[in-house]
Write a protein that binds this ligand. Structure first.
Ligand SMILES: Nc1ncnc2c1ncn2[C@@H]1O[C@H](COP(=O)(O)OP(=O)(O)OP(=O)(O)O)[C@@H](O)[C@H]1O
Length: 265
């Protein structure tokens, strides 16, 4: 099992969109995939067509159970199924983790521990954190073996990179020396010089391997999300699908994984 967190503290980087669609591609390739929604906005949950847990026990359906549930039974809750994947959903109450986690013994490593309890059940656990540097992001990053960093096109994406690399270096030093950025994914790339230049600048920075870009497609991503579908199910012939497959293949290559189809030959 590999745990991969789609990390960028900047908002709107396409973390959720990339995690959802890469996860779906992995599952189509035959991998067993668990998606964990670690963002109280619960976009990943909604965009998979799932109901956001509601009511007094809602947070027990989320990763809250694994990090702040009953101390003698800290474990991931039972996942729900969506489009061939398993999903740990989120809800607004998950935000309670932010004030409550500090001070808990080994608090920030609890998701890492919980994820490894299911390592025999999955090939990939993909985690979608919120756009922040708070407790939920820390839990998500420390749970990972590898990070995928979606970087939105334009100056904003490049300017935010310093924060990402500093945070990764800190986590390597204090908690997970083997943590690494497996892939940077240029996202929301338009047909402008600014977009193209920002992708070139990302490659020239030599921080980590840089994938093929995911093009800005305003008629595809938001609409597929409204329908609760991965792009490949919403519009199978859209060129976005080939881009997502390419990114998934490059991620597997960077992880040193043999693509499933080749392994079975
Ligand atoms: N390639 C794309 N083309 C057009 N729109 C996109 C693309 N990728 C993502 N989007 C849209 O951009 C918005 C932000 O994407 P997303 O929620 O995936 O980013 P995020 O990094 O998870 O955001 P946050 O963490 O701030 O909630 C969404 O409305 C999504 O539909």
């Amino acid at each position: 099992m590999r745990a991969i967190t789609f990390f960028n503290h900047a908002g709107g980087a396409a973390k959720t969109s990339t995690a959802l669609n890469v996860g779906y591609t992995l599952s189509v390739l035959g991998h067993r995939v668990l998606l964990i929604d670690a963002d109280p906005q619960a976009n990943l949950t909604r965009w998979l067509g799932l109901e956001v847990p509601d009511g007094p026990d809602a947070k027990g359906e989320t990763l809250y159970a694994a990090v702040l549930g009953a101390p003698e039974a800290l474990a991931l809750p039972r996942p729900v199924a969506a489009h061939g994947m398993d999903v740990i959903r989120s809800c607004l109450d998950l935000a309670e983790v932010e004030p409550l986690l500090p001070g808990q013994l080994m608090g920030q490593l609890r998701l890492r521990t919980a994820v490894r309890q299911v390592q025999d059940q999955y090939d990939f656990v993909l985690i979608d954190p919120p756009p922040s540097l708070g407790q939920l992001s820390t839990l998500a990053v420390l749970a990972a073996d590898d990070l995928v960093v979606p970087v939105p096109a334009g100056n904003k994406g490049l300017e935010g990179l310093g924060g990402v690399t500093r945070m990764v270096a800190t986590f390597q030093q204090v908690a997970v020396p083997s943590l690494r950025i497996a892939l940077m994914v240029p996202t929301r790339v338009g047909h402008t010089n600014l977009s193209r230049d920002s992708v070139e600048a990302l490659r020239a920075a030599h921080i980590a391997p840089v994938s093929r870009p995911l093009t800005e497609r305003p008629s595809v991503y938001p609409n597929s999300q409204l329908q609760g579908l991965p792009v490949a199910l919403y519009d199978p012939r859209n060129p976005a699908v080939a881009e997502i497959e390419a990114v998934t293949g490059e991620m597997l290559a960077s992880l040193g994984e043999v693509p499933r189809a080749e392994a079975q030959r």
